[in-house]
Design a protein around this ligand. Structure first.
Ligand code: 13P
Length: 336
Protein backbone atom coordinates (compact mmCIF):
# COMPACT_ATOMS: atom_id res chain seq x y z
CA UNK A 1 0.00 0.00 0.00
CA UNK A 2 1.50 3.35 -1.01
CA UNK A 3 1.82 6.24 1.45
CA UNK A 4 -0.66 8.22 -0.65
CA UNK A 5 -3.18 5.40 -0.53
CA UNK A 6 -2.81 5.28 3.27
CA UNK A 7 -3.53 9.01 3.55
CA UNK A 8 -6.61 8.71 1.30
CA UNK A 9 -7.95 5.81 3.33
CA UNK A 10 -7.29 7.59 6.62
CA UNK A 11 -9.38 10.54 5.43
CA UNK A 12 -12.30 8.48 4.11
CA UNK A 13 -12.59 5.31 6.20
CA UNK A 14 -15.15 4.41 8.85
CA UNK A 15 -17.89 6.65 7.50
CA UNK A 16 -15.80 9.77 8.01
CA UNK A 17 -16.02 12.55 5.47
CA UNK A 18 -14.39 15.83 4.52
CA UNK A 19 -15.35 19.29 5.74
CA UNK A 20 -14.86 21.62 2.76
CA UNK A 21 -14.10 24.90 4.54
CA UNK A 22 -12.04 26.25 1.67
CA UNK A 23 -14.33 28.99 0.42
CA UNK A 24 -12.25 31.77 -1.13
CA UNK A 25 -12.53 35.16 0.56
CA UNK A 26 -14.95 36.20 -2.20
CA UNK A 27 -17.24 33.21 -1.68
CA UNK A 28 -17.00 33.41 2.12
CA UNK A 29 -17.93 37.09 1.95
CA UNK A 30 -21.10 36.15 0.03
CA UNK A 31 -21.93 33.48 2.63
CA UNK A 32 -21.36 35.87 5.55
CA UNK A 33 -23.23 38.73 3.83
CA UNK A 34 -26.22 36.40 3.40
CA UNK A 35 -26.47 36.04 7.21
CA UNK A 36 -25.56 39.66 8.00
CA UNK A 37 -22.05 39.15 9.43
CA UNK A 38 -19.20 41.32 8.20
CA UNK A 39 -16.52 39.38 6.35
CA UNK A 40 -13.32 40.24 8.23
CA UNK A 41 -10.36 37.83 8.54
CA UNK A 42 -11.20 37.60 12.28
CA UNK A 43 -14.84 36.64 11.66
CA UNK A 44 -13.93 34.13 8.96
CA UNK A 45 -11.48 32.53 11.41
CA UNK A 46 -13.93 32.64 14.32
CA UNK A 47 -16.61 30.67 12.45
CA UNK A 48 -14.14 28.15 11.11
CA UNK A 49 -12.35 27.73 14.43
CA UNK A 50 -15.70 27.11 16.08
CA UNK A 51 -16.27 24.17 13.73
CA UNK A 52 -12.70 22.86 13.92
CA UNK A 53 -12.79 22.71 17.72
CA UNK A 54 -16.12 20.85 17.92
CA UNK A 55 -16.51 17.30 19.26
CA UNK A 56 -17.93 16.25 15.92
CA UNK A 57 -14.53 16.64 14.34
CA UNK A 58 -13.09 13.64 16.19
CA UNK A 59 -15.99 11.36 15.45
CA UNK A 60 -17.05 12.29 11.95
CA UNK A 61 -14.45 14.31 10.05
CA UNK A 62 -11.40 12.67 8.41
CA UNK A 63 -10.13 15.74 6.57
CA UNK A 64 -10.66 19.50 6.37
CA UNK A 65 -9.98 21.54 3.24
CA UNK A 66 -8.68 25.02 4.01
CA UNK A 67 -8.22 28.19 2.01
CA UNK A 68 -4.81 29.89 1.91
CA UNK A 69 -5.87 32.59 4.41
CA UNK A 70 -6.94 30.01 7.03
CA UNK A 71 -3.91 27.73 6.83
CA UNK A 72 -1.79 30.73 7.78
CA UNK A 73 -3.96 31.90 10.70
CA UNK A 74 -3.32 31.24 14.41
CA UNK A 75 -6.15 29.94 16.60
CA UNK A 76 -7.25 31.42 19.93
CA UNK A 77 -5.36 28.65 21.70
CA UNK A 78 -2.22 29.89 19.89
CA UNK A 79 -2.04 26.68 17.85
CA UNK A 80 -1.76 26.91 14.09
CA UNK A 81 -4.94 25.80 12.29
CA UNK A 82 -3.30 22.59 10.96
CA UNK A 83 -2.25 21.80 14.57
CA UNK A 84 -5.79 22.37 15.78
CA UNK A 85 -7.11 20.05 13.05
CA UNK A 86 -4.57 17.29 13.60
CA UNK A 87 -5.30 17.32 17.35
CA UNK A 88 -8.78 16.03 16.38
CA UNK A 89 -7.31 13.19 14.32
CA UNK A 90 -8.31 14.78 11.00
CA UNK A 91 -5.91 15.57 8.16
CA UNK A 92 -5.37 19.08 6.80
CA UNK A 93 -6.03 19.75 3.14
CA UNK A 94 -5.64 22.90 1.07
CA UNK A 95 -7.35 24.32 -1.99
CA UNK A 96 -4.57 25.06 -4.47
CA UNK A 97 -6.36 26.22 -7.60
CA UNK A 98 -6.60 29.97 -7.96
CA UNK A 99 -10.13 30.00 -9.36
CA UNK A 100 -11.87 29.70 -12.71
CA UNK A 101 -11.64 32.32 -15.47
CA UNK A 102 -13.25 32.63 -18.92
CA UNK A 103 -12.01 29.87 -21.24
CA UNK A 104 -10.38 31.43 -24.32
CA UNK A 105 -12.17 29.99 -27.35
CA UNK A 106 -15.43 29.34 -25.48
CA UNK A 107 -16.42 32.51 -23.66
CA UNK A 108 -19.39 31.04 -21.78
CA UNK A 109 -17.26 28.39 -20.13
CA UNK A 110 -14.49 28.41 -17.56
CA UNK A 111 -11.02 27.03 -17.10
CA UNK A 112 -9.44 26.65 -13.69
CA UNK A 113 -6.04 28.22 -13.15
CA UNK A 114 -3.20 27.85 -10.66
CA UNK A 115 -0.48 25.72 -12.26
CA UNK A 116 2.15 28.48 -12.42
CA UNK A 117 4.39 28.25 -9.36
CA UNK A 118 2.33 25.36 -8.00
CA UNK A 119 5.34 23.11 -7.22
CA UNK A 120 6.76 25.76 -4.86
CA UNK A 121 3.38 26.51 -3.25
CA UNK A 122 2.87 22.80 -2.61
CA UNK A 123 6.22 22.56 -0.81
CA UNK A 124 5.21 25.47 1.41
CA UNK A 125 1.79 23.93 2.18
CA UNK A 126 3.41 20.58 3.01
CA UNK A 127 5.65 22.36 5.54
CA UNK A 128 2.55 23.97 7.08
CA UNK A 129 1.07 20.48 7.61
CA UNK A 130 -1.12 19.84 4.55
CA UNK A 131 -1.28 16.25 3.30
CA UNK A 132 -3.99 16.57 0.69
CA UNK A 133 -5.15 19.22 -1.77
CA UNK A 134 -8.11 20.27 -3.87
CA UNK A 135 -8.55 21.59 -7.42
CA UNK A 136 -12.03 22.22 -8.83
CA UNK A 137 -12.85 22.21 -12.52
CA UNK A 138 -16.30 23.62 -13.28
CA UNK A 139 -18.64 22.81 -16.17
CA UNK A 140 -22.07 24.17 -17.01
CA UNK A 141 -24.75 22.23 -18.86
CA UNK A 142 -26.77 23.60 -21.79
CA UNK A 143 -27.50 22.42 -25.34
CA UNK A 144 -23.94 23.19 -26.41
CA UNK A 145 -22.05 22.79 -23.15
CA UNK A 146 -19.85 21.51 -21.75
CA UNK A 147 -17.85 21.74 -24.97
CA UNK A 148 -15.12 19.27 -25.94
CA UNK A 149 -12.68 22.13 -25.37
CA UNK A 150 -13.76 22.70 -21.78
CA UNK A 151 -13.90 18.96 -21.04
CA UNK A 152 -10.40 18.43 -22.41
CA UNK A 153 -8.71 21.54 -21.04
CA UNK A 154 -10.06 21.15 -17.50
CA UNK A 155 -9.16 17.44 -17.47
CA UNK A 156 -5.64 18.30 -18.63
CA UNK A 157 -5.24 20.89 -15.87
CA UNK A 158 -6.60 18.47 -13.24
CA UNK A 159 -4.05 15.88 -14.36
CA UNK A 160 -1.08 18.29 -14.35
CA UNK A 161 -2.14 19.47 -10.90
CA UNK A 162 -2.45 15.87 -9.65
CA UNK A 163 1.04 14.97 -10.88
CA UNK A 164 2.60 17.89 -9.01
CA UNK A 165 0.62 17.11 -5.85
CA UNK A 166 1.63 13.45 -5.81
CA UNK A 167 5.25 14.45 -6.49
CA UNK A 168 5.09 16.59 -3.34
CA UNK A 169 3.81 13.65 -1.23
CA UNK A 170 0.18 14.74 -0.97
CA UNK A 171 -3.15 13.28 -2.13
CA UNK A 172 -4.96 15.27 -4.81
CA UNK A 173 -8.71 15.63 -4.65
CA UNK A 174 -9.80 15.65 -8.29
CA UNK A 175 -13.00 17.69 -8.46
CA UNK A 176 -14.78 17.97 -11.80
CA UNK A 177 -18.04 19.74 -10.85
CA UNK A 178 -20.85 19.65 -13.39
CA UNK A 179 -23.16 22.36 -12.06
CA UNK A 180 -26.81 21.84 -11.13
CA UNK A 181 -27.90 25.16 -12.70
CA UNK A 182 -30.23 24.86 -15.69
CA UNK A 183 -33.36 23.05 -16.84
CA UNK A 184 -31.62 19.92 -18.10
CA UNK A 185 -32.85 16.43 -17.28
CA UNK A 186 -31.06 13.96 -15.03
CA UNK A 187 -30.33 11.92 -18.15
CA UNK A 188 -28.42 14.87 -19.64
CA UNK A 189 -26.56 15.31 -16.36
CA UNK A 190 -25.68 11.61 -16.48
CA UNK A 191 -24.37 11.82 -20.05
CA UNK A 192 -22.36 15.02 -19.54
CA UNK A 193 -20.93 13.97 -16.18
CA UNK A 194 -19.93 10.61 -17.67
CA UNK A 195 -18.09 12.35 -20.50
CA UNK A 196 -16.34 14.71 -18.08
CA UNK A 197 -15.21 11.97 -15.67
CA UNK A 198 -14.09 9.68 -18.47
CA UNK A 199 -11.86 12.38 -19.94
CA UNK A 200 -10.43 13.21 -16.50
CA UNK A 201 -9.26 9.62 -16.06
CA UNK A 202 -7.81 9.48 -19.57
CA UNK A 203 -5.68 12.51 -18.71
CA UNK A 204 -4.80 11.26 -15.22
CA UNK A 205 -3.54 8.02 -16.75
CA UNK A 206 -1.55 9.87 -19.43
CA UNK A 207 0.08 11.91 -16.66
CA UNK A 208 1.04 8.69 -14.79
CA UNK A 209 -1.04 9.42 -11.71
CA UNK A 210 -1.12 6.75 -8.99
CA UNK A 211 -4.88 6.28 -8.97
CA UNK A 212 -4.75 4.56 -5.58
CA UNK A 213 -3.55 7.88 -4.16
CA UNK A 214 -6.31 10.24 -5.30
CA UNK A 215 -9.82 11.07 -4.10
CA UNK A 216 -12.48 11.81 -6.72
CA UNK A 217 -14.93 14.56 -5.78
CA UNK A 218 -17.82 14.50 -8.26
CA UNK A 219 -21.34 15.88 -8.35
CA UNK A 220 -24.27 13.52 -7.93
CA UNK A 221 -26.51 12.89 -10.95
CA UNK A 222 -29.45 15.28 -10.57
CA UNK A 223 -31.97 17.04 -12.78
CA UNK A 224 -31.14 20.76 -13.22
CA UNK A 225 -32.44 23.16 -10.56
CA UNK A 226 -35.09 24.60 -12.91
CA UNK A 227 -35.99 21.31 -14.59
CA UNK A 228 -39.62 20.21 -14.33
CA UNK A 229 -38.51 16.59 -14.49
CA UNK A 230 -37.15 16.06 -10.99
CA UNK A 231 -36.18 12.50 -10.07
CA UNK A 232 -36.45 10.61 -6.78
CA UNK A 233 -33.54 10.05 -4.40
CA UNK A 234 -33.61 6.37 -5.37
CA UNK A 235 -33.06 7.34 -9.01
CA UNK A 236 -30.34 9.85 -8.07
CA UNK A 237 -28.50 7.10 -6.21
CA UNK A 238 -28.86 4.54 -9.00
CA UNK A 239 -27.81 6.90 -11.79
CA UNK A 240 -24.89 8.24 -9.74
CA UNK A 241 -23.63 4.71 -9.07
CA UNK A 242 -24.04 3.73 -12.72
CA UNK A 243 -22.06 6.76 -13.87
CA UNK A 244 -19.22 6.09 -11.43
CA UNK A 245 -19.10 2.35 -12.10
CA UNK A 246 -18.81 2.99 -15.82
CA UNK A 247 -16.17 5.70 -15.66
CA UNK A 248 -13.99 5.41 -12.54
CA UNK A 249 -11.11 2.90 -12.59
CA UNK A 250 -11.26 0.41 -9.73
CA UNK A 251 -7.86 1.48 -8.31
CA UNK A 252 -9.41 4.71 -6.99
CA UNK A 253 -9.97 4.17 -3.23
CA UNK A 254 -12.76 6.61 -2.63
CA UNK A 255 -15.29 9.06 -3.86
CA UNK A 256 -16.29 12.09 -1.76
CA UNK A 257 -19.25 13.96 -3.20
CA UNK A 258 -19.72 17.72 -3.24
CA UNK A 259 -23.16 18.99 -2.22
CA UNK A 260 -23.39 21.54 -5.02
CA UNK A 261 -26.42 23.50 -3.80
CA UNK A 262 -28.58 20.63 -2.56
CA UNK A 263 -30.17 21.22 0.83
CA UNK A 264 -28.51 19.60 3.83
CA UNK A 265 -31.15 16.87 4.03
CA UNK A 266 -31.21 16.19 0.26
CA UNK A 267 -27.43 15.78 0.18
CA UNK A 268 -27.64 13.44 3.18
CA UNK A 269 -30.53 11.35 1.89
CA UNK A 270 -28.95 10.93 -1.54
CA UNK A 271 -25.61 9.89 -0.04
CA UNK A 272 -27.39 7.41 2.21
CA UNK A 273 -29.09 5.70 -0.73
CA UNK A 274 -25.87 5.68 -2.75
CA UNK A 275 -24.33 3.72 0.11
CA UNK A 276 -27.31 1.42 0.48
CA UNK A 277 -27.00 0.41 -3.16
CA UNK A 278 -23.20 0.61 -3.36
CA UNK A 279 -22.04 -2.67 -4.90
CA UNK A 280 -18.56 -1.36 -5.75
CA UNK A 281 -15.34 -1.35 -3.73
CA UNK A 282 -15.24 2.45 -3.70
CA UNK A 283 -15.73 4.19 -0.38
CA UNK A 284 -18.57 6.67 -0.98
CA UNK A 285 -18.59 9.59 1.40
CA UNK A 286 -19.02 13.36 1.58
CA UNK A 287 -16.84 16.40 1.04
CA UNK A 288 -19.50 18.97 1.73
CA UNK A 289 -19.23 22.72 2.10
CA UNK A 290 -22.75 24.14 2.24
CA UNK A 291 -24.48 20.89 3.26
CA UNK A 292 -22.31 20.70 6.40
CA UNK A 293 -22.15 24.37 7.33
CA UNK A 294 -25.39 26.07 6.30
CA UNK A 295 -27.49 25.70 9.45
CA UNK A 296 -24.47 26.12 11.75
CA UNK A 297 -23.63 29.39 9.95
CA UNK A 298 -27.19 30.64 10.25
CA UNK A 299 -27.29 29.90 13.97
CA UNK A 300 -23.82 31.36 14.60
CA UNK A 301 -24.71 34.60 12.80
CA UNK A 302 -27.26 35.42 15.52
CA UNK A 303 -24.54 35.39 18.20
CA UNK A 304 -21.02 34.87 16.94
CA UNK A 305 -19.74 34.18 20.46
CA UNK A 306 -22.04 31.18 20.94
CA UNK A 307 -19.57 28.40 20.25
CA UNK A 308 -21.45 25.63 22.06
CA UNK A 309 -24.73 26.18 20.25
CA UNK A 310 -23.04 26.41 16.86
CA UNK A 311 -21.00 23.28 17.51
CA UNK A 312 -24.10 21.34 18.52
CA UNK A 313 -25.68 22.06 15.16
CA UNK A 314 -22.52 21.23 13.26
CA UNK A 315 -22.04 17.98 15.23
CA UNK A 316 -25.57 16.88 14.37
CA UNK A 317 -25.07 17.61 10.68
CA UNK A 318 -21.72 15.81 10.53
CA UNK A 319 -23.27 12.89 12.43
CA UNK A 320 -26.11 12.63 9.87
CA UNK A 321 -23.63 12.73 6.97
CA UNK A 322 -21.44 10.06 8.55
CA UNK A 323 -24.48 7.81 9.05
CA UNK A 324 -25.34 8.39 5.38
CA UNK A 325 -21.79 7.47 4.39
CA UNK A 326 -22.55 4.06 5.93
CA UNK A 327 -26.10 3.75 4.59
CA UNK A 328 -27.43 4.03 8.16
CA UNK A 329 -29.24 7.39 8.00
CA UNK A 330 -33.01 7.77 8.26
CA UNK A 331 -35.33 10.80 8.18
CA UNK A 332 -36.43 10.06 11.79
CA UNK A 333 -32.87 10.57 13.00
CA UNK A 334 -32.95 14.12 11.57
CA UNK A 335 -35.61 15.11 14.08
CA UNK A 336 -33.65 14.05 17.17
P1 13P B 1 -20.47 22.38 -1.70
O1 13P B 1 -20.63 21.09 -0.92
O2 13P B 1 -21.05 23.57 -1.03
O3 13P B 1 -20.84 22.23 -3.13
O4 13P B 1 -18.90 22.68 -1.68
C1 13P B 1 -18.03 21.65 -1.94
C2 13P B 1 -16.83 22.19 -2.57
O5 13P B 1 -15.76 22.05 -2.05
C3 13P B 1 -16.96 22.87 -3.87
O6 13P B 1 -15.70 23.05 -4.44
Amino acid sequence: MSELNKIALKILSGGKGILAADESNGTMTKRLDSVGVSSSPENRLLFRETLFSSNGMKKFIGGVILYDETINQISKSKKTIPELISATGAITGIKVDTGAIVLAGSAEEKITEGLDGLRERLQAYYKLGARFTKWRGVYNISDKYPSKLSIYSNAHALARYSALVQESGMVPIVEPEVLMDGNHSAETCFNKTSEVIKKCFEELITHKIDLSGIILKPNMILAGTTSNKKISSEEVAKLTLKCLKENVPSDVPGIAFLSGGQTEVEATENLNLINKYNDTKFIMTYSYGRALQQSALKFWSKDITNMDGTQKIFNHRANMCTLAAQGKWSAELEEK
